[in-house]
Design a protein around this ligand. Structure first.
Ligand SMILES: C[S@@+](CC[C@H](N)C(=O)[O-])C[C@H]1O[C@@H](n2cnc3c(N)ncnc32)[C@H](O)[C@@H]1O
Length: 468
């Protein structure tokens, strides 16, 4: 372990006094490891039966588990099938605190690589709309891949600044998560590189950015809506002070209590200037008091009688450029594909208004009325496939979003079948079967596509995801 920065140590000694020794000892323990199952694909009981890993429940997240050191769940076919997301236990708390309900309109404003996005999508249960945004283009791509792997059909992934989204979506969302960029002190144990990036100046700069992001989030929340703010740092300036400064600018917001007082310590009123008693409603997750990394969270409700207008819903005036001539053919190609290869597909994929064509890429959007023109959209909903000469080549995302039972043809493997590893490595498999697009599955969970032709299953597992 690299040594901790002196200015950080001095500050934490001043704040924690007698408790500092216990806090410092926590850095010598191994980081916590966890996974959160994906209820869009598997329920808790079935996963517990099926799991090859020894699991221990996370008390504050019903779908979260710790796994022991030495396990490699990221290298298992169930991971490729999107049955779970690797996430350390403390990081499971912010999305849990937001209490998303199926059918709501939700924004994850600082979303990459997607741990909390996938958790919010799970809470929506496929109903409603999730916009997952990430400012950094490379990270937005990783976010989009995780949305795909977990089979999320009702998410739109954008690569925008919070300010641009706020211009487009005033008073639009029921719930917003701001998992803010921060100085990462709570990750020093798990990612020691974070120590090299740290400086007092970085803490101050993060505080400034957090204010801008929170102001944009406030503008996008409906009156009566809920906002959760979280960081993975200990610095009061980025936690209690960020919330106190926000509340001073936004009297229409109030802090609301968080659950699990037995695990989550109260925020400290005196760590803001001037002290703010309500900060005890926010929470600190201390690694020396629980089995997880360092986090802070605050839950804020916006008054229902905010003086603003009724919630706005940006609607398209008319179909944009995507309504071009090719759209009809693309939908026809999709319908032919679905009839031949996915006869059990659910109704929702067949509603005409929901199809979106970008070039030769066909999507089905969860929000046909939403005006996305001019925004950087990385994923416009569920990617159905590429239209090639009036035929549809199915997208990887489609394989991961449908149940095995929907497919006309499957190549079904058990998790320990060596043929499955060959598939994940991108090899063609010698195999008899009816010719055509074939859904490859592991223990009944879709993994990707193959194309059966004359005794061979041609491999369509995406090149960028193949096992080495
Ligand atoms: C703590 S991470 C998010 C982790 C993510 N919520 C998860 O659970 O996987 C914060 C994110 O904010 C992004 N970010 C950095 N500067 C930003 C800004 N000015 N506005 C919005 N997001 C920003 C970072 O690129 C980073 O991906």
């Amino acid at each position: 372990m690299r040594s901790l920065p002196t200015a950080f140590v001095e500050r934490m000694k001043t704040l924690l006094k007698d408790e500092y020794a216990a806090f410092a000892a926590g850095f010598d323990r191994p980081p916590s490891q966890g996974l959160r199952i994906n209820p869009l694909k598997i329920d808790r009981e079935r996963f517990v039966q099926l799991s090859p890993f020894a699991l221990e429940p996370v008390p504050w997240c019903p779908e979260g588990f710790r796994y022991a050191e030495g396990e490699r769940p990221g290298k298992h076919p169930y991971h490729a099938a999107g049955l779970y997301y690797l996430q350390e236990p403390s990081a499971m708390s912010p999305a849990e605190a937001l209490q998303v309900q199926p059918g709501e309109t939700v924004l994850d404003l600082c979303a990459a690589p997607g741990g909390k996005t996938t958790q919010l999508a799970a809470a929506l249960r496929g109903q409603g709309l999730l916009i997952a945004n990430e400012i950094h283009p490379v990270r937005a791509k990783a976010l989009s891949e995780n949305v795909e792997r977990l089979g999320i059909a009702n998410a739109i992934v954008t690569n925008e600044t919070p300010e641009r989204l706020a211009e487009r979506f005033p008073r639009f969302f029921d719930r917003i998560l701001v998992d803010a960029p921060c100085s990462g002190e709570g990750m020093f144990r798990k990612l020691p590189e974070a120590i090299d990036d740290w400086s007092p100046e970085k803490v101050a700069e993060c505080h400034r950015i957090q204010q801008e992001i929170l102001d944009a989030a406030a503008a996008m929340l409906k009156p009566g809506g809920t906002l959760v703010y979280s960081t993975c740092t200990f610095a009061p300036l980025e936690n209690e002070q960020s919330i106190a400064s926000f509340l001073a600018r936004h009297p229409e917001f109030a802090l609301t209590p968080l659950p699990h007082p037995e695990w989550f310590a109260p925020g400290v009123p005196e760590w803001a200037e001037p002290p703010l008693p309500e900060l005890t409603h926010s929470a600190r997750l201390w690694p020396h008091r629980l089995d997880g990394e360092g986090h802070y969270l605050a839950k804020l409700c916006k008054q229902a009688d905010d003086e603003g207008n009724a919630p706005s819903r940006r609607r398209r005036e008319k179909r944009g450029k995507t309504a071009a001539a090719g759209r009809k053919e693309a939908i026809g190609a999709w319908r032919t594909f679905a009839a031949q290869s996915l006869p059990g597909i659910a109704e929702q994929f067949i509603d005409d208004a929901a199809f979106l064509l970008f070039g030769d890429q066909l999507y089905v959007t969860p929000a046909p009325d939403l005006d996305l023109d001019g925004l950087k959209v990385v994923r416009a909903g569920l990617h159905l496939g590429t239209v090639k000469k009036n035929r549809l080549e199915p997208a990887h995302a489609l394989a991961l979003a449908v149940p095995q039972a929907a497919a006309a043809r499957t190549a079904a493997f058990a998790a320990d079948d060596p043929e499955l590893v060959r598939y994940l490595k991108g090899e063609a498999l010698a195999r008899d079967g009816e010719n055509g697009w074939t859904l490859v599955t592991v223990d009944g969970f879709p993994l990707g596509w193959g194309k059966q032709a004359d005794g061979q299953l041609k491999n369509h597992y995406p090149k960028g995801l193949r096992w080495l």
